[in-house]
Design a protein around this ligand. Structure first.
Ligand code: GRF
Length: 218
């Protein structure tokens, strides 16, 4: 019998972070027991199928309100018997009942150095502001959009020739390097959320989380 903890990965689109989680599961103490997606056409569903991972499609348009959609999502996650919930490009806001149902067990990845640039179009906003650095953040999910307690961040220098598209690719490399590791810490019990504070190996982290080096060539 496997001693690995299980995770459900929630996606809406391409699923390259899902792919990184699939590819690196062998090195970490998690197993992906299911993928939940709110869009039929999401390419990530093909990635799950190829890896032999069951998926559930829960289309938000089929529900009268957010509470009903959230309940259906939780139902799917329960059917997958997932210990933890990992958001990977899931483009719906989760309601308070969902978040309160799984305290300290929901992670999200966001393509900016939070608290800068919550929300959409982060690469465009970084370029428009003339920032000289950009990065990714992984945080516990709370009721504020991209506003939960930060666990880890990783950064790159913005180069003069960087375009929005190019930055998206560079940021994805950071994400694929960092997310499986952080999920590994969570399932191994190394991360803990106490109120708004994040503890790593029982030591409280600063509000900006762990600064994790970018992979070579990022
Ligand atoms: C990532 O940039 C992630 O940070 C954001 O949505 C994007 C999802 O990309 N939340 P993918 O679907 O994993 O390729």
């Amino acid at each position: 019998m496997s001693i690995k903890k299980t995770i459900a990965v929630l996606i809406s689109g391409n699923g390259s972070n899902l792919q990184a989680l699939i590819d690196q599961a062998g090195e970490q103490a998690y197993r992906i027991s299911g993928v939940v997606c709110n869009r039929h056409s999401a390419f990530g569903l093909q990635r799950a199928a190829r890896a032999g991972i069951p998926s559930a499609i829960i289309e938000h348009g089929a529900f009268p309100d957010r509470a009903a959609f959230d309940a259906a999502l939780l139902g799917a996650i329960d059917r997958f018997q997932a210990d933890f919930i990992v958001l990977a490009g899931f483009m719906r806001i989760l309601g308070p009942a969902f978040i309160r149902a799984r305290p300290g067990a929901i992670l999200n990845i966001h393509p900016s150095l939070l608290p800068k640039y919550p929300g959409m179009h982060t690469h465009r906003r970084v370029l428009a502001a003339g920032d000289n650095e950009h990065g990714v953040s992984i945080h516990f999910v709370n009721e504020e959009l991209d506003g939960g307690p930060i666990i880890a961040r990783s950064r790159i220098a913005v180069e003069r020739e960087d375009s929005e598209e190019n930055l998206a690719g560079r940021i994805h490399r950071l994400e694929h390097h960092l997310y499986p590791k952080v999920v590994g810490w969570l399932v191994a019990g190394r991360l803990e959320l106490r109120g708004d504070a994040v503890y790593f190996d029982s030591v409280e982290l600063p509000a900006t989380g762990i600064e994790h080096p970018a992979p070579a060539g990022a």
